[in-house]
Structures are given as C-alpha cells and as structure tokens.
Ligand binder design. Structure first.
Ligand code: SAM
Length: 245
C-alpha cells in the first residue's frame, strides 16, 4: 500500500464484500476465496487495514489476519455513499454489453435496484442472454459498489414482462421518453422513485399505455436520442441526488 514520507498510508484501504456475515467488533471473518485471492494479487500484507461490506449497508474496518484468508473487525463504520432516495431502474432489455454497462455505471450513479424488462421490442436473444448471465450482472453491481465506495449492492432482477412489474414498483413512477417535457425541479416527485427506460426500439404503444395507466410521469433527457445505457446514467444523474420541491 502506498505511504507518504511519514509512513502514513495514502491510499484508501481495499473494500471487500463479505455477504451474509454479521459485522461485529472483534469478530474474525473468513474471507470469500475471491476476495482473499484479490488481496494476495494486490500484495496486501497481514495487519493492513481493510473495509468490509456486507452489501446490505453494514460496514466495518478490519485488519488482515496472518493467514491472509481472514480479517478481524476493529470497528463498525457508518453507511457511506448511499443516496437519500431509492431510485429503481426498470430497464428494457437490449444487447448484453449495454445492460452490463448500464448496471455498472448505474450502480456508480446510485441506482437502488435494476429490474430488467422483457419489453415488446427486446430481442429474444438479448433476453435469453441477460437471463443466462444474471449472475454476472449481479457480480458487476457488486464490483461497482466496492469500486465507487457505496454500501448497498443493488439487486438485479431477472427479465420479466412490464405488465407484472408495475404493481410492485417502489415510489413514484417516471418514464424517460424522447420529446417529453424536461424534468424541472417542480416536476420531480419527492421520495423514492422508479424510472422506466425503454429498450433500443423504445417501449411500444401497449407498454406506454400501461405506464400511463400506472401514473408514470414522462420526462425528456434532452434533444438527442440516447442509447439505453446512456439514458440510465443521464436519468440517474438527474434523479438520484437532485433536491425535489
Ligand atoms: N427509437 C427509440 C425512440 O425514439 O423512442 C429510442 C430508444 S432509446 C435507444 C432507449 C430508451 O432510452 C428510450 O426508450 C428512452 O426510455 C430512453 N431515452 C433515450 N433518449 C432519450 C431522451 N432524449 N429523452 C428521454 N428518454 C430517452
């Protein structure tokens, strides 16, 4: 780990995910194989400081044990990097590479969850790929949480049709739609949100009717048509940390 002239560590301690393990001061925690391997490759030495995350909001500082395969919790830490409001992304499935990019960057931008939508204009091959690689998409979200110093790993739900998803949505519903009115502060609802973003061909008329019937507020992301993954980032930047009236 890099140190300054006085020997003080100048880089942040590595952040590791230890899901399902209670973080309590003094507790020795066996690290998941992948995390222990990452520390070995990064040449983190026994005794060095780590930050442990359970992926659900608990954080603790810890020291790497002599074996290199466990860490001893030294203190609990406050939640870090989580937005005040939950913004769930309902995302029409497109090419897998675009969905991967959207999950990684959307996690960095503060998405609380990604719900993949088998939209009418989603290609079957893309839906099959996203379904088969759901584990990889969840690992991408977890890696992004560590990288960007968040505390909670967003859920990534397997693709499902829009019709069954709207009843269970969290908070007010918005839909990103080219040509709609922009999202000025007075149109931004307070509290938690779900934002729908269409697949490459956009939502079809039946899906737009479903969204309208569910009370979705349409909003524009500007005068250019964005790829779905760009739209995820542009929407979250507008929604997640913006104060509402
Ligand atoms: N051909 C589609 C259309 O014109 O609606 C474009 C689909 S776009 C590639 C994918 C999704 O990103 C859209 O369904 C919409 O949700 C969102 N999007 C892209 N550009 C947008 C913009 N300028 N304003 C609002 N939403 C946008």
């Amino acid at each position: 780990m890099a140190r300054d002239a006085l020997g003080t560590s100048v880089s942040a301690p590595p952040r590791l995910l230890v899901p399902g393990v209670p973080l309590e001061a003094g507790r020795e925690i066996v690290l998941p194989d992948e995390e222990a391997r990452h520390l070995r490759v990064s040449r983190v030495a026994p005794g060095e400081e780590l930050v442990l995350l359970d992926g659900r909001g608990a954080r603790a500082s810890a020291r790497l044990a002599a074996s290199g395969r466990a860490a001893v919790v030294t203190a609990l830490l406050p939640v870090h990097g989580e937005p005040d409001r939950r913004a769930t992304v309902l995302l029409g499935v497109g090419e897998l590479a675009r969905i991967e990019w959207a999950v990684e960057k959307g996690t960095e931008c503060g998405a609380a969850a990604f719900v993949l939508v088998t939209a009418a204009r989603s290609q079957r091959a893309h839906v099959a790929a996203a379904t088969a690689r759901i584990g990889r998409l969840r690992r991408i979200a977890a890696a992004a949480v560590k990288q960007c110093d968040r505390s909670v790993v967003p859920e990534v739900a397997v693709p499902a049709p829009l019709v069954g998803l709207l009843d269970g949505r969290v908070g007010r519903l918005l839909v990103a739609r080219p040509g709609a009115a922009p999202l000025t502060a007075d149109r931004l609802p307070a509290g938690d949100l779900t934002v729908a973003i269409g697949p490459e061909g956009g939502f079809d008329e039946a899906e737009e009717r479903l969204l309208a019937a569910a009370g979705a507020v349409p909003f524009s992301l500007g005068g250019r048509i964005l790829r779905l993954e760009t739209a995820v980032v542009a929407a979250l930047v507008r929604l997640v940390d913006a104060p509402s009236s």
